[in-house]
Design a protein around this ligand. Structure first.
Ligand code: ZN
Length: 172
């Protein structure tokens, strides 16, 4: 009985520490999202962490690069692979402010990333949990642990302000 109580306590402590860590890195991803916002890009940011260190940090650059693949996650995956000298991003965690789309979720699976932490769910393109579940589909050769909803309100608010500003400017 006492042992059980201690286990429950330890688990709470562990979850508490993990939450703190998730918040810390998600705030960094949000800083990237704000950078995208300032560049009139859809505000989405991503960071990739390896052994407690940020090895990649990027934001959406689709407009600047006129590249449909220039989502925050794609740029961050390339940076991380360059840093590690390997396309296999084992032992890495990706933090992204918005739930990844099918392209990015597919790339995350290709990179063998074990843990995906995202902010706001994406009702229109979310491919991790909302529309598709690409990161945990057992027909594929890799599955990820997923933690969604981390600082989701901050991420959603940034997107909301961005799109209302775009509408005010007469852009889509
Ligand atoms: Zn994407």
């Amino acid at each position: 009985m006492i042992d059980d109580t201690e286990n429950i306590f330890d688990e709470h402590l562990l979850h508490g520490q993990q939450r703190e860590t998730d918040w810390r890195f998600m705030r960094m991803a949000l800083v990237e999202a704000v950078a995208a916002f300032d560049e009139s890009e859809v505000p989405v940011g991503a960071v990739i962490v390896f052994q407690g260190k940020v090895i990649a940090s990027a934001h959406n650059q689709r407009e600047q690069l006129q590249d449909p693949t220039a989502h925050a996650e794609m740029i961050a995956l390339t940076q991380a692979a360059e840093t590690l000298g390997s396309w296999r991003l084992e032992n890495c965690t990706i933090y992204v402010t918005l739930e990844p789309c099918p392209m990015c979720a597919g790339a995350i699976v290709q990179a063998r990333i074990p843990v995906v932490v995202y902010g706001a769910a994406d009702q229109k393109a979310g491919a991790v949990e909302t529309l598709f579940q690409l990161c945990c589909d057992e027909r594929l050769n890799h599955q990820c642990e997923i933690r969604g909803g981390v600082l989701a309100d901050e991420s959603r608010e940034l997107l909301r302000v961005f799109f209302s500003r775009q509408r005010a400017l007469g852009k889509k």
